[in-house]
Design a protein around this ligand. Sequence first.
Ligand code: ZN
Length: 248
Amino acid sequence: MPWRPDADLRALTGLVAPAACAGCEAPGRRWCRRCAVELLAGGPRPWRPTPCPAGFPPTWSGPAYADAVRAGLVAWKEQDRVDLTAVLAPVLRDGVRAALACSADHRAAVAAGRPVAVVPAPSARGSRRRRGRSPVRELAVAAVGRAVVLPALVLARPVQDQAGLSAQGRAANLDRAVALAPRAARALAGIPCVVVDDVVTTGATLTECARALREGGAGAVVAATLAATARRGQPPSPDPLPRPGAAD
Ligand SMILES: [Zn+2]
């Protein structure tokens, strides 16, 4: 049988690249145009949970965690659709930019050429081992570049998967569960940080990450997430933070 490079390449691409959109299962591409619109809807926006935990950092988020966005994130994180990292990275990049712009400390550091650290929220050890990768860290690197990402946070003790826990359960599950990684304190001393995570729900994870960074001697802490969800029956409240570029 003659070698047909085009056909062979197509066949190989079909094996490697998923044949359906991870958001809506439309055939043909990993993330379709309609789902791209949904993913980018509204751009990054300030967001905080209701009720808002004490110490919750100023946070910018992408779209609502629902429908195609939810399906895409589940496929990316739980079904190892690593090809979606490139689809999701620009959303987090925009959130990080917006978070940087809303904080005077971060703006001053960037203007002076001083470092700012993008710090991934740590994954539960069990889930990381099960997946064999750290999706949020990979996403952070794809979004802002390896040089800026500082994986400074680790879990100090085992925690349950947050999914399925109440707001109080999530807060208790994570209470003082996050710590600085060995040798991270020196790298972080006085450095403004942007904590990044995939989804913000009750704010327990971002609040705990911010606490660990502040107590570890980091500078001001803000946060950015891919998407945001509301507790059942409680719609997310818009945060009164200024738009990027506005005065603090
Ligand atoms: Zn789609």
